[in-house]
Design a protein around this ligand. Structure first.
Ligand code: ARG
Length: 590
């Protein structure tokens, strides 16, 4: 079973041991959850923080204890023996500090090497999740905001997939709405044989959108026809459906160029998909008494928000909110998702807040935010240019994402040529490395920030080979691989026959950090914060450098060579998993 293969994080394993102690220490308080945290101080590796809270619970109830430190002492004394723990001490107002056993640490790392990093995956309490991300709008610009959504959403999906959650990666494209009447009518006008209007014929779909909007605003007769076209499209008229499908297809081709460069996979279920379900869902909500009349529209009032959620517009049409409510209903009931995650800019926070609250009123979601099924909005800030304003390129007002990605790649390719790789490597190697570094740099520069903050897009910074960048980290990984290659040893054989030990302080520090991988992924996943994983990865490479550059920790040719090579390999394995979760392709040589 999964439980047997997967031990859970160090933190989770310690929590189990402390749970046993708490049961004995305070038998009358059966529901206390162990509070375990990694130590920041030098007294231990982890600490248990239950004593103070427990004390305030039990002090009025005639307890035998004389204060929080005594509670801490008892928690310590009641710990079952465990090979994980080397020693324990109580500090200050009752913190129980744990020093992990070096032996156990070394064994756990070696076990991971043999059985694979998947044994360190977190175990979230859900089987199926939806990640709704990227989601650009047909015929409109796919902008840097959509790029952020694509990058962040892909990472969250990867973390959940690593945790054995079935993830439905949903591209909720804006493919429905009144703008289609205008686009279709304009298509008919420009291309009497509209089926010939391929991507090459139309050229830039955004320009096409703009031109049709101009026509719409300036010619009342055209406007009239466009409005008719919406009705005919929504009524399912064949010719209009085909024109609509064609416009969608052209946009899709454009979006796919971006996804393909980024190596991101998505399954499209656009707004149009949910359209047939909307009337039924609204009817259900109406029967529940949630939908009210307000100024001709039908709305749901939400507690604490002064504007209501409009679910049917005054002209009888549906809107963004009608679609999102229905999509939520579909995901919960038809797709049986237990966690539904939406990745958009923070500007849409209120929209989702209202949709989720309406779903709670309807009883689709539980009241508490920490229970499942759960809906979460993952908001992110703006992408800024160096001028501190919204990111734009010099001559055009919009940034074409493909151009942006192409530039990242060509810059990293130029840097490789500059390093003389042009002579040493095959064309193929140059291309794939430039891909990995260029696209990796764009992703990492985005992911390393707390997603809620705005971030400044800067090629020079993100492609710097020093500092907290993908380039630096990818090179660090490649260097570790080359250490192992240079040793001439068969690493598979070493991990099965040799023994990893953590004698030196720098070895132990590195080992501890490696062991914390599982709880870091768990935290990044639970709080939907990829930057937590980036911080971990950067620290790992720093801690590795400290170990590797210490003459006392010489690897090749030392009497600890086997053990230290295994430690190098474990570092490389964990780094690769981090890259993988961040959607970055590792490189093996530089
Ligand atoms: N198409 C929207 C936009 O570009 C994003 C859609 C996000 N997903 C959703 N279910 N509303 O802003």
């Amino acid at each position: 079973t999964q439980e047997e293969e997967c031990m859970g994080s160090v933190k989770a394993q310690l929590a189990k041991i402390f749970e046993a102690s708490l049961k004995v220490t305070v038998p009358n308080e059966p529901d206390v959850e162990p509070l375990i945290a990694a130590c920041t101080g030098k007294f231990g590796d982890y600490q248990c923080n239950n004593a103070m809270g427990l004390w305030s619970k039990i002090k009025g109830k005639g307890t035998q204890f004389r204060g929080p430190p005594a509670v801490g002492e008892a928690i310590k004394n009641n710990l079952p023996t465990s090979e994980m723990i080397e020693s324990c001490s109580v500090a200050g107002p009752g913190f129980v500090n744990v020093v992990l056993s070096k032996n156990w640490m070394a064994k756990s790392i070696q076990k991971m090497l043999i059985e694979g990093i998947d044994t360190w995956a977190p175990m979230p309490p859900v089987k199926t999740a939806v990640v709704d991300f990227s989601s650009p709008n047909i015929a409109k610009e796919m902008h840097v905001g959509h790029l952020r959504s694509t990058i962040i959403g892909d990472t969250l999906a990867r973390m959940l997939e690593f945790s054995k959650v079935k993830v439905l990666r949903r591209n909720h494209v804006g493919d429905w709405g009144t703008q289609f009447g205008m686009l279709i009518e304009f298509l008919f006008e420009k291309f009497p044989n509209f089926e010939d209007a391929t991507e090459t014929a139309i050229g830039d779909l955004q320009a096409f959108y703009k031109a049709s909007k101009l026509r719409f605003d300036s010619d009342p007769a055209f406007k009239e026809r466009a409005q008719q076209a919406v009705v005919r499209l929504q009524g399912g008229e064949e010719k209009y459906r085909r024109a609509w499908a064609q416009i969608c297809e052209i946009s899709r081709t454009e979006f796919h160029k971006v996804y393909q460069r980024l190596g991101v996979h998505l399954e499209e279920k656009g707004e149009s998909f949910y359209n047939p379900y909307i009337p039924g869902v609204i009817e259900g909500l109406t029967k529940q008494g949630l939908v009210e009349e307000s100024q001709g529209a039908r709305v749901i009032f939400i507690e604490g928000v002064n504007i209501p959620l409009i679910v049917v517009k005054s002209d009888g049409g549906f809107n963004y909110a009608s679609t999102d409510l229905t999509a939520l209903w579909y995901r919960l009931n038809e797709e049986k998702a237990e966690w539904i995650i939406y990745v958009t800019d923070v500007g849409q926070q209120q929209h989702f807040d209202m949709v989720f609250k309406a779903a709670k009123r309807a009883g689709w979601l539980p009241q508490g935010d920490n229970s499942y099924p759960r809906a979460s909005h993952v908001g992110f800030g703006l992408v800024l240019g160096e001028d501190g304003k919204r990111f734009r390129t010099r001559n055009t007002e919009v940034v074409r994402l493909v151009d942006l990605l192409d530039e990242a790649k060509s810059r990293s390719k130029a840097a490789l040529i500059e390093r003389g790789k042009g002579e040493q490597w095959t064309e193929e190697e140059i291309e794939s490395t430039a891909d990995a570094v260029g696209y990796g740099a764009v992703k990492y520069a985005d992911l390393k920030n707390n997603r809620l903050t705005n971030y400044t897009f800067n090629f020079d910074q993100m492609l710097n080979d020093k500092g907290n960048t993908a380039v630096y980290l990818l090179y660090a990984h490649a260097r570790i691989c080359s250490i192992i290659r240079r040793s001439g040893k068969d690493i598979e054989q070493l991990m099965n026959k040799g023994t990893l030990v953590l004698e030196h302080k720098d070895e132990r520090d590195l080992g501890l950090h490696l062991l914390q991988f599982a709880e870091v992924v768990e935290e990044a996943c639970t709080n939907l914060l990829p930057n937590v994983l980036c911080d971990y990865l950067y620290n790992l490479s720093e801690i590795f450098s400290k170990f590797y550059s210490n003459p006392e920790c010489k690897v090749i040719g030392s009497d600890k060579e086997t053990s230290r090579l295994l430690l190098c390999e474990a570092t490389a394995v964990v780094m690769r998993k981090c890259f993988n979760l961040l959607g970055i392709t590792p490189i093996y040589k530089i």
